[in-house]
Design a protein. Structure first.
Length: 573
């Protein structure tokens, strides 16, 4: 095998490079909502998401903390005239450039989550391995999205009914260390209906009597106490003796219900050795150097000759509104979310592909903090940016369809005004406030005149043209208040765009104002012959000629052209 060969997914047309035009974004103040936050950085963008991502790339490269996308993935009826190979080739060919730009937008410690079904999951996984690096694959999360019961859906042919979807999670690079710990909660009765080991009750806690001391690995003292006159009964014993129900026993004795675990800790071994493996109940008192109790005086119990760890149920539950809920760390199976009332969230109707706010909240909780930037380039009904707004994150949302106006804007306006009471509003105690700016993609920069000659689009005014040229050349568009020719900046280099014919005297006047070490690019329609060789620190480019061939002008839609995933509602719902 050649050293240049690598493991990758291939498809028809993979090597065809899309030359995407970098468009500028134009704010529509009439659609923006900035009354409560005039300085908002939140962006709602209407337009093709590949063009919009390209527009964001220069300013936001390496700045986005969390990306969630839910791309269309039901290809079945979208490519009825193509065979399967061509179908997948089109889908992959249109996903690849989007994922490449999304990779560039992520912070070094950032994470992308991509929701997909089993139709394209395997293809997408290999493609993401290539773009993000296989070593940066974090997890594949399985999300239960439908109930298994019901006669509707896909159980009538050879296939089982689809009731799960998948989320692929990738990091940008090694700077990502781990997800924050998040939990899912079950009502106590639901927990009791499952097999569980918490069946013992410490009905009498007894008294502590100092026995001896030993030392931890860092030579700190571990004080060991024997518990005298304690009494343990099983839950079933108490039910028989008291006539109480199981749930009543658990509610009454919550802080005394326990199980014994074979914890692999050095403390356990030290306790067992110190009491000569004597049968009984012993408590070790020490200050941990790591873990949740780091630096705090802590007591841990051990029972029996093998010193099994006493694990109390109350460490795993929380009490909310007078009821106990079992808490479990979230893993890769997310089967605890209700989808039955998703259609009500945000007060917008979106029958295909709408995701629960709770799902997006979990993702944002896992990998971001307040003020971080969250991005969704397949915005749909606006769930991602709605949740990000309620969680005090900055956000960017991109949507090609009319739902940018009918759904996303309407939903966000309700959140900002405080009228939206759905989804996670109560959980995060969202009240009102914030804002966003609404953007449209600028039209293509270069068009043809009636003779077929390329010319600058007449829809571009001087400011738009200057901003577009800065974007094309990789400059940040930031007109200087003192020097008219400093329209865009990139370190010590500047760009100046003008429709005026450039003469030697014009160029001399600019050169005199330039400082040593400064470099200038001038984009103009025409200039005197030989002027481009006059100053080494000034480079002149003729527009639109030098732009031709650099990108594809005039294309407004790189749409995937794939229908949304169909909804299979259970008859019970």
């Amino acid at each position: 095998m050649s050293k240049n060969q690598k493991l990758e997914l291939t498809w028809v047309g993979k090597e065809t490079e899309l030359k995407i035009e970098p468009r500028i974004l134009i704010e529509n103040p009439e659609l923006s909502n900035t009354a409560q936050d005039p300085n908002t950085e939140n962006m709602l963008i209407h337009g093709d998401n590949l063009l919009a991502l390209k527009a964001l790339e220069s300013k936001y490269a390496g700045k986005v903390k969390c990306i969630y996308i839910d791309p269309p993935y039901n290809t079945g009826s979208a490519f009825e005239h193509y065979d399967d190979n061509v179908e997948h080739s089109i889908w992959l060919g249109l996903m690849k450039p989007r994922l490449e730009i999304l990779h560039n937008l992520l912070k070094e410690e950032g994470v992308i989550f991509i929701q997909i079904d089993d139709n394209e999951q395997a293809y997408l996984k290999v493609l993401c391995d290539e773009i993000f690096g296989r070593s940066n694959f974090i997890n594949m999360i399985c999300v239960k999205s439908k109930a298994s019961s019901g006669a509707s859906g896909g159980g009538e042919d050879r296939r089982l009914k689809k009731n799960v979807e998948y989320i692929l999670a990738y990091s940008k690079g090694p700077d990502f260390k781990q997800f924050k710990t998040v939990y899912k909660y079950f009502p106590l009765q639901e927990f009791l209906n499952r097999p569980n080991a918490y069946k013992s009750v410490l009905v009498d806690t007894g008294k502590l009597e100092y026995t001896c001391s030993t030392v931890a690995g860092n030579n700190d003292e571990i004080r060991i106490y024997e518990v005298k006159d304690y009494k343990v009964k099983s839950v079933s014993q108490l039910i028989k003796e008291t006539g109480m129900t199981e749930i009543e026993i658990y509610n009454k004795y919550m802080d005394r219900i326990f199980t014994l675990e074979n914890a692999q800790t050095s403390i356990r071994q030290r306790v067992a050795d110190s009491v000569n493996h004597r049968d009984g109940y012993f408590v070790a008192e020490y200050i941990p150097i790591s873990g949740k109790n780091k630096g705090k005086l802590t007591q841990v119990g051990f029972m029996g000759a093998t010193a099994r760890l006493v694990s109390f149920l109350n460490n795993l539950v929380v009490k909310q509104e007078g009821e106990y809920y079992k808490r479990e760390k979230v893993g890769t199976l997310w089967d605890d979310m209700s989808w039955s009332s998703v259609f009500l969230e945000g007060n917008v109707s979106f029958p295909s592909g709408k995701k629960p706010e709770e799902l997006i909240k979990r993702i944002i909780d896992m990998c971001s903090d307040e003020g971080d930037i969250i991005l969704d380039s397949f915005l749909g009904s606006g769930t991602t940016v709605s949740v990000a707004h309620k969680m005090n994150r900055k956000w960017i949302g991109i949507e090609l369809g009319d739902q940018a106006y009918t759904h996303d804007k309407a939903r966000l306006d309700g959140i900002i005004s405080g009228q939206d009471k759905t989804g996670i509003t109560k959980v995060v105690n969202w009240q009102c406030g914030g804002g966003y700016k609404f953007y449209e993609l600028a039209p293509t920069l270069i068009v043809e005149d009636k003779f077929g000659n390329p010319i600058i689009n007449k829809e571009y005014n001087a400011d738009m043209l200057a901003a577009a040229m800065a974007l094309h050349e990789g400059f940040e568009y930031a007109p200087d208040t003192n020097y008219y020719w400093k329209q865009g900046k990139n370190e010590n280099a500047y760009i100046f765009t003008t429709t005026t014919h450039l003469t030697e005297s014009y160029l001399d006047s600019i050169s005199k104002e330039m400082q040593e070490g400064e470099y200038l690019v001038i984009a103009c329609k025409s200039f005197d012959s030989g002027l481009e060789r006059l100053y080494k620190s000034i480079k002149i480019k003729k527009i639109p000629q030098y732009l031709l061939g650099r990108c594809e002008f005039g294309k407004d839609n790189y749409d995937l052209n794939i229908v949304d995933v169909p909804v299979y509602d259970d008859e019970e719902e």
